[in-house]
Design a protein around this ligand. Structure first.
Ligand code: MG
Length: 382
C-alpha cells in the first residue's frame, strides 16, 4: 500500500530526513504536499520538483517559488502550513519547530488525517486542545524518546506502568560545572544528535527534556509524578518503561531520527533498513546517571508548569523561544535562558491557570509570555 504524505517543515532537519526515507521507499510513500517557511526557497523548489508534489505552502518568498514551480498550487501567507495540513492524505508529518506548529496539528486532526508529530510544542502549548481532537492511533509520536516509550508500551496495559523514564544525552555541558560563560558556538555543538538550532540549544539547557516530559504526559496520559528523565550520554537507549512487576522495557538503536520518523509514517509496520542497527560485533558501554537538577533547573520548572497545567506550559515554551533567540543574538547569557523563563512563569502563574478553550486562548497567553520575556530582557539591558 502506498501512503500519501503531507510534510510540514520540509526544509528543516526532520523534513529533509523524512524525504530521504520517501526517496528510498517509493513503493511505500508518495508526497502530495510540502510546506516550509520559505527561508530556504532553493531547497523547497528542489524538493517540490523531485517529489512531483501538487501543493506547496510557504510564508516567505512566494513569488520566487510560484515562478519556479509552474503547475504546482502555491498556498501562501501566515496560515499556509495550516491549510496544507488540512489536505486529505494518509499521514501529515509535522516537522515544524516551535508552537506555530500547533494550528497545523489541530487542522490535520480535524481533517481526519493521521498526524506523525515531531512538533512537541503542539502538545506543550495546546495539549488539552490536541487531545480533545485526536482519535485513537491518530496522533503518533516522532520524538525519539516518545517513539521508544510508544514501542515499549505496545500491547501493554496502561494500568501496569509504574514509570516512564526518558533518556537525555545531557547535551554538550553534561560534565561542565560552570555554565555561566557558555558561548553560542559551544551550545550549538551537540555531542550525539544532529538537529535544528533551537532544539540543539534546548538540549544544552535541558529545556528540551522538560518539554518532552510535558509531551510524554499528554501522549501517554501518565501523571508527572511517574515520569522521570535521566542522563544517558550515548543516546542509544531512547527511553524506557518500568512496569509494576519491576521489569523495564527499553528501545535501542544508534542515534538517528530516521527510525522514529519511518515508524510513524508507516505504522503499524516498520520500514526495512530505516536506520542502522546496533553493531553487536563491537563492545559497547551504556551509562546512565541522574540529572543534576541544580545545574539544569529546566527539568524541575517543566514539571512544575506541567502539573499546574492551564496555560503555564505554553508560557514556559514561549518565554523560552524568546530567551533562546536573545542568547543566539548575543544579548543573554546561557544560564540566563532558564532564569528568564522561570521569571516569566512566576510573573504569569496567577493569570493563566484556567483551562485552555481554543487556539486564540493559546495565542493570547503566548503573546503575554513573549511580552513579559522581552520586558525582562530589556531590564538585563545588554
Ligand atoms: Mg527528543
Amino acid at each position: 500500500m502506498n501512503r500519501e504524505l503531507v510534510i510540514l517543515g520540509s526544509t528543516g532537519s526532520i523534513g529533509v530526513q523524512a524525504l530521504e526515507i520517501v526517496e528510498a521507499n517509493p513503493n511505500l510513500f508518495t508526497v502530495v504536499a510540502l510546506s516550509a517557511a520559505g527561508s530556504n526557497p532553493d531547497l523547497l523548489i528542489e524538493q517540490a520538483k523531485k517529489f512531483k508534489v501538487k501543493v506547496v505552502g510557504v510564508s516567505k518568498n512566494r513569488e520566487l517559488i510560484r515562478q519556479a514551480l509552474p503547475g504546482v498550487e502555491v498556498i501562501d501567507g501566515p496560515h499556509a502550513a495550516t491549510e496544507v495540513a488540512a489536505i486529505s492524505c494518509d499521514v501529515v508529518l509535522n516537522g515544524i519547530t516551535g508552537s506555530i506548529g500547533l494550528a497545523p496539528t489541530l487542522a490535520a486532526l480535524e481533517a481526519d488525517n493521521r498526524v506523525a508529530l515531531a512538533n512537541k510544542e503542539s502538545l506543550v502549548a495546546g495539549g488539552d486542545l490536541v487531545l480533545a481532537r485526536a482519535k485513537k492511533d491518530q496522533l503518533l509520536p516522532v520524538d525519539s524518546e516518545h517513539s521508544a516509550i510508544w514501542q515499549a508500551l505496545n500491547g501493554e496495559d496502561k494500568s501496569e506502568i509504574s514509570r516512564l523514564i526518558l533518556t537525555a544525552s545531557g547535551g554538550p555541558f553534561r560534565d561542565r560545572t560552570d555554565l555561566s560563560g557558555v558561548s553560542v558556538q559551544e551550545a550549538l555543538a551537540h555531542p550525539t544528535w544532529v538537529m535544528g538550532p533551537v532544539v540543539t540549544i534546548n538540549s544544552a539547557t535541558l529545556v528540551n527534556k522538560g518539554l518532552e516530559i510535558i509531551e510524554a504526559h499528554y501522549l501517554f496520559g501518565i501523571p508527572y509524578s511517574q515520569i522521570e528523565a535521566i542522563i544517558h550520554p550515548q543516546s542509544v537507549v531512547h527511553s524506557m518503561v518500568e512496569f509494576v512487576d519491576g521489569s523495564t522495557i527499553a528501545q535501542g538503536s544508534p542515534p538517528n531520527m530516521k527510525g522514529p520518523i519511518s515508524l510513524a509514517l508507516n505504522y503499524p509496520h516498520r520500514v526495512p533498513a530505516a536506520t542502522k542497527a546496533i553493531d553487536w560485533t563491537q563492545s559497547h558501554s551504556w551509562t546512565f546517571a541522574p540529572i543534576d537538577t541544580q545545574r539544569f533547573p529546566a527539568i524541575a520548572l517543566a514539571r512544575e508548569v506541567g502539573a499546574l497545567g492551564g496555560g503555564l506550559p505554553a508560557v514556559f515554551n514561549a518565554a523560552n523561544e524568546v530567551a533562546v533567540q536573545a542568547f543566539v543574538g548575543g544579548t543573554l547569557k546561557f544560564t540566563e535562558i532558564v532564569q528568564t523563563v522561570s521569571a516569566v512563569v512566576d510573573s504569569l502563574r496567577g493569570s493563566v491557570s484556567g483551562a485552555l478553550r481554543d487556539l486564540a486562548d493559546v495565542s493570547a497567553i503566548e503573546e503575554d509570555a513573549r511580552r513579559t520575556a522581552r520586558e525582562l530582557l530589556m531590564k538585563v539591558g545588554r
